[in-house]
Design a protein around this ligand. Structure first.
Ligand SMILES: Cc1cc2nc3c(=O)[nH]c(=O)nc-3n(C[C@H](O)[C@H](O)[C@H](O)COP(=O)(O)O)c2cc1C
Length: 243
């Protein structure tokens, strides 16, 4: 084999190795699927997966052995949470219960005046098994999370220490435009519907929460990166009850 041929084979192998090392070429994971059920994520990947696109949440379960009546009976406000993670599967279930799309026309888990859906649910994820630490916004279409910011969550400003916080906010202008004086009232009522679903789902999952309406608006707003166009209704710390 002459030198020219050897050089040409080596150059081709180098180019092939470089292409295979590019993100998305070797893992077989769709680039928009940054998370799946915890059991499907390799341990090392849990720490390092970079959230650069929307995070597709695992599908919620639609049945369980835990009855609605049991959840109503056992739901209790909890303000002290264990230092253990919530899983991305549990987070998926909570978000679905609050604002998930539940039929083919796009209607959701909680009722909405004129089906206007003014609510947004933000997630401040400090310790969610299977999800990079950061701030996200729930996108009901496609049951996914849009990344707001990765890394530091500034959870110190939150009402209670918990592995994850759900913040329910509402676009008041949207409601006032259609319902005038009733607009705000409708949005507050809707926030309550969504929050109650999340309370009951938390209970059914063996988790707990508190519907905190008293919190420091400004610092939470800046953590979420939102301006005055949304009103913050509830902060819901979620985790396992500290026993
Ligand atoms: C509109 C509303 C606002 C609330 N705000 C807070 C709050 O800021 N902090 C808090 O610890 N609990 C808050 N709670 C929870 C209540 O204190 C709790 O629901 C009440 O003590 C009854 O207990 P239970 O939820 O276990 O039935 C709030 C509840 C509601 C309905």
């Amino acid at each position: 084999m002459n030198n020219k041929l050897v050089f040409s084979i080596m150059a081709s192998l180098f180019v092939l190795a470089a292409v295979l090392a590019m993100p998305g070429c070797s893992s077989g994971t769709p680039s928009n699927t940054k998370a799946s059920s915890p059991s499907a994520i390799a341990p090392a990947a849990r720490e390092t997966q970079a959230a650069t696109a929307n995070v597709k949440l695992p599908d919620p379960r639609l049945t369980s052995n835990y009855s609605l009546e049991q959840a109503i009976q056992e739901r209790r406000t909890v303000r002290s949470f264990a230092d253990s993670p919530v899983s991305i599967q549990e987070l998926s279930q909570l978000l679905w219960s609050g604002q998930g799309i539940t039929d083919s026309s796009g209607k959701r888990a909680a009722p909405s005046a004129m089906a206007l859906y003014p609510l947004e649910i933000y997630v401040i994820a400090g310790n969610v098994y299977g999800l990079t630490k950061g701030v996200y916004k729930y996108v009901p279409q496609g049951h996914q999370l849009a990344i707001v910011k990765e890394g530091e969550t500034n959870a110190g400003i939150m009402p209670y220490k918990a592995p994850v916080y759900l913040v329910i906010a509402s676009d008041m202008e949207k409601m006032i435009k259609r319902s005038g004086d009733n607009g705000k009232k409708f949005a507050y009522l809707e926030g309550g519907h969504a929050a109650q679903n999340i309370c009951l789902e938390s209970t059914a999952l063996g988790l707990a929460t508190v519907t905190a309406g008293g919190f420091q608006d400004g610092p939470i707003r800046s953590t979420l990166g939102i301006d005055g166009s949304l009103e913050l209704l509830y902060v819901m710390p979620v985790g396992k009850k500290n026993t």
